[in-house]
Design a protein around this ligand. Structure first.
Ligand code: CAA
Length: 379
């Protein structure tokens, strides 16, 4: 078996790489240093359709498959992981749940503007005391007539304060754990929907990460996604696709670290010597390339399984687990190869090193991916 892009996928890959190098690369350092949410870039991406890559044409998307989608996340993250995570969350865990579980009316009202990039989407599952154990939610949604009244808080929400809509999980029946969770499309500006702490992170500065607070937030019944009690399954099914996207983000970060390391190691000094003359450096480069290739196979095979409508939960978890660990190791090696310079902002590897770490944490930690994999092995 060989994983090979079709001609159309190759063309899409070249087009998006060219866009990223032209439009994002020149801004990547500034986005990282100054904590700017990159609205200007997102608007340009919207113009190319890149905020609706896997969304069907009838909802104004590009109608590409999952392989092309993860490819896009890899390419974007190769130049800016901040932009990569915004697009990944917007697409996999905000737009796609509406496509998979929304009514036709919800698709017209929310999915179409998301796919056109008229607004950015977010996803709110994590709470201050419910991260990996997602079923221990405490945010509540109590029905009153044609509305739900939401109370509680969500943490570390990507595009939390910039997003136009956020898919929010809340308990409609606190006694039923998983089966008591429902999903809501919460719109920016709804009464009682407030923003809390904005996080200052070690990497991905340009992506807004903040706390969301719901104080008697009134959400109309027509904004509930699917039936009451379906929220946990919606979240898990959305994360299945999201996890190979985050794996692709890790892959893009690592690929860039390898490219930079090969360039740096190959550069000769005045005496004609180069770091790559050392076998120690050669071995590091060889391990980096091997592990990147292994991660790439896992990621694209999980995406391909999704496209073929095969169960891919475990494969997506494996892809994210392996790719995130790989990106951490590859970026550590990249800094090592660059020596002192790698510990300064003179080289991008310092940023890549900071960006790689969170891929082991968000959309399910390494430990959560192991739980998902082990559960299927033992069932
Ligand atoms: N698809 C559909 N349904 C699923 C599913 C899936 N992939 N996985 C589980 N379910 C269903 C099960 O079938 C089960 O349903 P029934 O009760 O009807 O049988 C129900 O969900 C409960 O399943 P589990 O017993 O496996 O659930 P659990 O409590 O043991 O949870 C867990 C397992 C995998 C640890 C889960 O809690 C989890 O994924 N936690 C991590 C959450 C996470 O990834 N958070 C990241 C937040 S998003 C983020 O970071 C975004 C951002 O902004 C960057």
């Amino acid at each position: 078996m060989q994983l090979q892009f079709t001609e159309e996928q190759e063309q899409f890959r070249s087009k998006i790489r060219e866009f990223c190098e032209r439009e994002i690369e020149p801004r990547a350092v500034e986005i990282d240093c100054s904590d700017i949410y990159p609205w200007d870039i997102l608007k340009k991406m919207a113009g190319e359709g890149y905020l609706g890559i896997p969304i069907p044409a009838e909802y104004c998307g590009l109608a590409k498959n999952s392989v092309s989608y993860v490819n896009a996340i890899e390419e974007i993250s190769r130049v800016s992981a901040s932009v990569g995570v915004i697009v990944a969350v917007h697409t996999s865990v905000s737009s796609l749940p509406i496509l998979m579980f929304g009514t036709e009316e919800q698709k017209q009202r929310f999915l179409v503007p998301l796919a056109k990039g008229e607004m950015i989407g977010g996803f709110a599952l994590t709470e201050p005391s419910a991260g990996s154990d997602a079923a221990s939610q405490t945010t509540t949604a109590v029905r009153e007539g044609d509305e739900y009244i939401l109370n509680g808080a969500k943490s570390f929400i990507t595009s939390g304060s910039e997003g136009g809509v956020i898919i929010v999980m809340a308990m409609t029946d606190t006694k039923k754990r998983h089966h008591g969770i429902s999903s809501f499309i919460v719109e920016k500006g709804m009464p009682g929907f407030k923003y809390g702490v904005k996080e200052h992170k070690m990497g991905l500065m340009g992506s807004d990460t903040c706390e969301l607070i719901f104080e008697d937030c009134r959400v109309p019944v027509e904004n509930r996604l699917s039936d009451e009690g379906e929220g946990f399954k919606i979240a898990m099914a959305s994360l299945d696709g999201g996890r190979s996207g985050i794996g692709a983000q890790a892959l893009g970060i690592a690929q860039r670290a390898l490219e930079e390391s090969v360039r740096f190691a190959g550069a000769k000094d005045r005496s004609g010597a180069a770091p790559a003359d050392s076998q120690a450096v050669q071995f590091m480069l060889a391990d980096m390339a091997t592990n990147i290739t292994a991660a790439r196979l896992l990621i694209y095979s999980a995406a391909d399984m999704k496209d073929r409508k095969e169960p891919f939960t475990v494969n997506s978890a494996m892809a994210k687990l392996y790719a995130a660990q790989m990106a951490r190791d590859v970026t550590i090696k990249a800094v090592q190869i660059h020596g002192h310079q790698g510990c300064t902002d003179r080289h991008i590897v310092e940023r890549l090193f900071r960006e790689a770490k969170v891929t082991e944490i968000y959309e399910g930690t390494n430990e959560v991916q192991r739980l998902v994999i082990a559960k299927r092995l033992l069932s």
